[in-house]
Design a binder for this molecule. Structure first.
Ligand code: ATP
Ligand code: PRP
Ligand code: NIO
Length: 488
């Protein structure tokens, strides 16, 4: 039982955030303008690209951000003073948010989302934003990775709900799977809440509940027009497929015999045999659905064995991000208003002995552009600039690796597309959330921008995410300033 009844998410944060905000407020720093970047460092699953998801929930969260009476009562109980609670009571999100569109193809070390807000607000929302974007982007990326191997004509179906890490992950995971390209979900609530296409077959329990498998299929067919029969409860080829065919023949035009589902055994062999049997019986349009611990590796392998599988049902390994359960996105302060009311770039160096530039944050208010080659229509890479830079006004771009700077190229004939949409401006929502179908279509329409080398599932090439010379120099200069301060 919960001790409080409301469904406020405003305390969906870590205690240290509240304590920092109290400190800022008591010192009068809470209203200073701050800029935070939200980004991950490394692509998950060894994939060559990521798929951004989580924005819709971030928007809902920020729009509804206010401390309820129960939030305040809890904080009062925890010992916070009435004066600070009065500040929290009035607190709303008044800042600006710039973010990638959901479904955007994304890469390491580029801001997926940028928050410009009074320090107190920007700090208090950090944990929730990371929580939402980390999980949803991880699952959307896993889904896209699986879709890359099922191919255009192999349907991917999300079966994950029962295996997800609790209710929220089940709901938002199904949505993320759709963002990443899954065609359909078994999750009825996700269908209701987000309008996702749903579909389903039946379980072994229905077959077990009847005296015989034939009786179970027949009973289902008598009450449903669209029928997919699960054929592996007893013996797939000797009992399951023949019973499915028998019922379909008996029911004739009264049903649409959509397919059979295989959930165990040698899926390559069984699918080929089932296909042969269905075709011989004249059911050439009937599909074969496979499930049972599938992921991109088993699917690739099954396809290489010539498996006759049309639809892939994927649960556990999709919804839990099984082989990499965390994306590791972070939220870092990159600029803050100083005593003189001017913005000051900030940087975190960290305790790395190696002086690894990669782990250091990139200071400054920045934009991210995708550099599209206007001749071959492919992306040359992403290009992170300082605010105010306008790459489209340049004749030629110098793109170089931000750590191994000798890896460089000059790009002409390009179009630089700003990847950040303005979502909130001074607390006001100025972005209309696209439909789920548009989000998925947007993701798919962007895939041709990437060379195949970035999209292969095994050992893809590293897609360039470069800093503009000004952004890079600013970073190096800031690093030297910090180092000099300590060597004096
Ligand atoms: N031809 C195949 N080649 C490679 N992997 C396969 C093939 N057929 C099935 N698999 C995969 O191998 C694993 C099969 O594991 P296992 O034999 O333990 O379970 P199962 O046959 O699905 O039966 P059960 O559901 O009773 O566990 C699953 O992950 C399945 O997706
Ligand atoms: O294997 P996953 O990728 O996680 O996909 C979800 C699994 O959930 C069901 O099995 P379960 O044993 O839970 O129920 P059942 O009795 O209907 O087979 C289904 O048959 C899949 O095998
Ligand atoms: O509809 C199905 O076949 C289904 C749904 C959830 C999990 N496993 C299978």
């Amino acid at each position: 039982m919960t001790r409080y009844e409301d469904d406020s998410l405003s305390l969906h944060t870590d205690l240290y955030q509240v304590n920092m905000v109290e400190t800022y407020w008591r010192s009068g720093m809470h209203t200073r303008n701050a800029v935070f970047d939200l980004y991950f460092r490394e692509l998950p699953f060894g994939n060559g690209f990521g798929v951004f998801a989580g924005l819709e929930r971030v928007v809902n969260f920020l729009e509804n951000f206010r401390m309820t009476e129960e939030d305040l009562a809890y904080l009062r109980e925890a010992g916070y003073g009435e004066d600070f609670l009065s500040y929290l009571e009035e607190l709303r999100f008044t800042g600006s948010v710039y973010a990638m569109k959901e479904g955007e193809l994304v890469f390491g070390n580029e801001p997926l989302l940028k928050v410009e807000a009074p320090l107190g607000e920007a700090q208090l929302i950090e944990t929730a934003l990371l929580n939402m974007v980390n999980y949803q982007t991880l699952i959307a990326t896993k889904a896209a990775r699986i879709k890359q191997v099922t191919g255009g004509n192999g349907r991917a179906m999300d079966f994950g709900l029962r295996r997800a890490q609790e209710l929220d992950a089940g709901l938002w995971g199904s949505r993320a799977a759709f963002v990443g390209g899954f065609e359909v979900t078994s999750n009825v609530r996700a269908g209701k809440v987000f309008g996702l296409p749903t579909a389903g077959t039946h379980a072994h329990s229905m077959v077990q509940a009847c005296e015989t498998e034939y009786e179970a299929f027949k009973m289902y067919a008598e009450h449903h027009t669209d029928c997919v029969f699960l054929v592996d409860t007893y013996d797939t080829l000797r009992s399951g497929v023949p019973n499915a065919i028998k019922v379909a023949e008996e029911m004739g035009e009264n049903i649409r015999f959509k397919g059979v589902r295989l959930d165990s055994g040698d899926l390559a062999y069984l699918s080929k045999e089932a296909r042969r049997m269905l075709d011989e019986a004249g059911f050439t349009d009937t599909q074969i659905i496979a499930s049972g611990d599938l992921d991109e590796y088993t699917i690739t392998n099954l396809k290489s064995q010539g498996a006759e599988i049309d639809t892939w049902g994927i649960g556990t390994k999709l919804i839990t991000g099984y082989d990499q359960p965390a994306l590791g996105a972070v939220y870092k302060l990159v600029a803050i208003e100083g005593d003189n009311a001017r913005m000051r770039d900030t940087m975190k160096i960290g305790a790395k002995k190696s002086g690894n530039l990669e782990k250091m944050t990139t200071p400054g208010v920045k934009n991210v552009y995708r550099i599209i080659n206007t001749e071959n229509k492919r992306s040359e890479g992403d290009y992170v600039t300082l605010a105010g830079e306008e790459p489209n006004e340049q004749e030629e771009l110098h793109m170089f690796h931000p750590v191994h700077t000798y890896i460089s190229k000059k790009v002409r004939n390009f179009k630089a597309v700003n990847l950040h949409e303005t979502i909130f401006k001074d607390g006001k929502l100025v972005y209309s959330l696209p439909s789920m179908a548009d989000i998925q279509a947007y993701m798919q329409s962007n895939l041709p921008l990437l060379w195949e080398e970035y999209k292969r599932s095994l050992n893809p090439e590293e897609y360039p995410v470069d800093l503009s010379p000004k952004c890079w120099e600013n970073k190096v200069q800031k690093m030297h300033e910090i180092q000099n301060e300590f060597s004096q």
